[in-house]
Design a protein around this ligand. Structure first.
Ligand code: FES
Length: 112
C-alpha cells in the first residue's frame, strides 16, 4: 500500500499527516477518506481547479495527466511543475509527499 504524506497546511492539516493510502483510487479520494478536506468544487469532474495539490515526491508514479487536466491546471493558484488535480491523479503503490497549496482560485478571488 502506498504511504501518503501530507505536509502541514495551516487550515486543512496543521500538523501534517501520514497514512496508508489505497492504490487505484484518486489522490483526492485518498485524502478525503483520511480527513484531509481538500476542496472539490466540481465534484471531481475535471472542471475546476480547487482540488489542486503539489506532489513533492512520487508524482511520476501517479496516472499521467490528460490534456484537459493540464489546461485547467494553467489556471490554478500557485501552479508548479509538480502540480496535479488530485481528483484526476490515480495513486499507484509508491510513496507520495503532497503539499496542499495555501489558496485555491476561489479563495484567492474572495480575498482580492
Ligand atoms: S474537483 Fe474539480 S477538478 Fe478536481
Amino acid at each position: 500500500m502506498p504511504e501518503i504524506v501530507v505536509l502541514p497546511h495551516p487550515e486543512i492539516c496543521p500538523d501534517g499527516l501520514a497514512f496508508e493510502g489505497e492504490k487505484g483510487k484518486s489522490l483526492l479520494d485518498n485524502l478525503l477518506e483520511h480527513g484531509i478536506e481538500v476542496e472539490h468544487a466540481c465534484e471531481k469532474s475535471c472542471a475546476c481547479t480547487t482540488c489542486h495539490v503539489i506532489v513533492r515526491e512520487g508524482g511520476p508514479t501517479l496516472s499521467p495527466s490528460t490534456e484537459d487536466e493540464d489546461d485547467l491546471l494553467d489556471r490554478a493558484w500557485g501552479l508548479t511543475p509538480q502540480s496535479r488535480l488530485s481528483c484526476q491523479a490515480i495513486v499507484d503503490d509508491d510513496r507520495l509527499v503532497v503539499e496542499i497549496p495555501r489558496y485555491t482560485i476561489n479563495y484567492a478571488k474572495e480575498r482580492k
